[in-house]
Design a protein. Structure first.
Length: 430
């Protein structure tokens, strides 16, 4: 449902005569403005390569150095301190709040069961790392359970235990097992948490390393790509990689991970047509226009907290677009804001803030407390963005959107301020 009233104007933007309805206060549904080609065509340097492959690798090293959540998996240690692992796992702060399961408030006994499932007593002084690969899209959980817990009885969208999703083919370091044996505590490229053991397959370090740094691969450039693997339709989200075994005249042979009945990794060879527009051989060139095109693949998709609904939240929209060009960012918005990049601190009047933003590279990320957006361009010095938005406020009322949309920065937050005036940081990741 359209919740923001369009302010009709007549304007000429980049040679395009825009009729009434071309400019919107807040959310816009005006067809040219929700079409990526409008923004890429007016982006003068949009096809200029920002970083080549070596530059991308060097920037990723800076990101890892600045981000505690992002170890270098290629050089991950074979052992780790048991005490350090206990400290990571024993963050039960989520359980301090009232939580609801199927609309009913969960008891302290239920919370204690979850704590016990963490199996802390079984962690040795020195933990030997095991190696696994995800075989399907899988949830990373704050605690070892697949049941959704919510802060409100009627909520079904914001699972308090949902951290993120991992795509098939993601290498993970297995550090611990839950008391019931159904969950592994793992470290992935930019997140750690609990995953179902049935969604990963154990392997040796050499094979695992080939998923950490595949020599040849396809990268998913559409919002998603489905591949039938071992009789199952497996979803790969944007930015996921499919290792390539060989290249034929009209197809790629990819290696899809499969879990055997005993939990071990097997590679299934599958054919992907070269004509498939949803994938690209290797990363896309790191250009501003490629970032915009990737982000717009999610336009209109549902808001998916922590990657639920096979979709994106605000930070994974940014994360996915950047990983199509090989840039690997932290998963959460607050960590993305603190990592490496060329940063602009936003302050001053609305006009001063808009002027700074309008000089940014389209594809730059904008951050405020609890939300992030991707800058896509401006109309008459009014910055526009694409973002996955849960809700905003209008005249003191909460307005739910729960989708990926295009807007300017006049949307109000709970404070009554425009988003523009609550933005803190703008980052060009280069």
């Amino acid at each position: 449902m359209r919740l923001a009233k369009l302010l009709y104007t007549a304007a000429v933007v980049c040679g395009l005569l825009l009729p009434l309805g071309a400019s919107a206060a807040g959310i816009t549904n005006y067809p040219p403005l929700v079409n990526p080609s409008h923004w890429t065509e007016q982006n003068k340097s949009g096809d200029t390569v920002i970083l080549d492959a070596k530059g991308v690798a060097a920037f990723n090293a800076k990101v890892r150095a600045a981000s505690r959540s992002m170890p270098d998996l290629a050089n991950y240690p074979a052992t780790m301190s048991g005490d350090a692992l206990k400290t990571r796992i024993m963050d039960y702060s989520i359980l301090d709040d009232d939580l609801y399961l199927h609309g009913n408030k969960v008891s302290e006994n239920y919370k204690n069961i979850l704590r016990k499932q963490s199996n802390i007593a079984a962690i040795p002084k020195s933990v030997g790392v095991q190696y696994a690969v995800t075989v399907r899209r899988t949830a990373v959980r704050a605690l070892p359970t697949g049941e959704g817990l919510y802060y409100y009885a009627g909520d079904k969208d914001f699972d308090a235990l949902q951290e993120t999703m991992l795509d098939p083919g993601e290498p993970v370091a297995v550090l611990h097992t839950s008391a019931n044996g159904y969950f592994y505590y793992v470290q992935a490229v930019n997140y750690s948490g609990w995953v179902s053991k049935y969604n990963v397959a154990m392997t040796d370090k050499n094979t695992w390393s080939s998923f950490v740094k595949p020599q040849k691969f396809l990268v998913v450039t559409d919002a998603e790509y489905n591949l039938k693997t071992d009789g199952e339709q497996v979803l790969y989200q944007q930015g996921a990689r499919l290792p390539v075994d060989s290249v034929q005249s009209d197809t790629y042979t990819v290696l899809a991970p499969v879990r055997t009945k005993t939990g071990l990794l097997q590679k299934q060879k599958l054919l992907v047509p070269k004509a498939a527009s949803a994938v690209h051989y290797g990363y896309l060139p790191y250009t501003s226009n490629n970032l915009l095109s990737s982000a717009f693949k999610f336009y209109g998709k549902p808001y998916g907290w922590g990657g639920l609904k096979n979709s994106v939240d605000c930070s994974s929209l940014v994360f996915n677009a950047y990983r199509t060009v090989g840039i690997v960012l932290p998963r959460n918005a607050d960590q993305q804001e603190l990592t490496a990049g060329t940063k602009k601190k936003l302050s001053g009047s609305s006009q001063e803030r808009a002027a700074v933003i309008s000089k940014l590279m389209p594809g730059a990320a904008l951050y405020m407390d609890g939300h992030c957006l991707m800058y896509i361009g401006n109309i008459n010095q009014t910055p526009y963005t694409i973002h996955a938005l849960g809700s905003y406020f209008s005249k003191g009322r909460l307005m739910r959107e729960m989708k990926v949309l295009v807007s300017d920065l006049t949307l109000q937050r709970s404070s009554g301020n425009m988003m523009l005036n609550e933005l803190q940081t703008a980052i060009e990741y280069k």
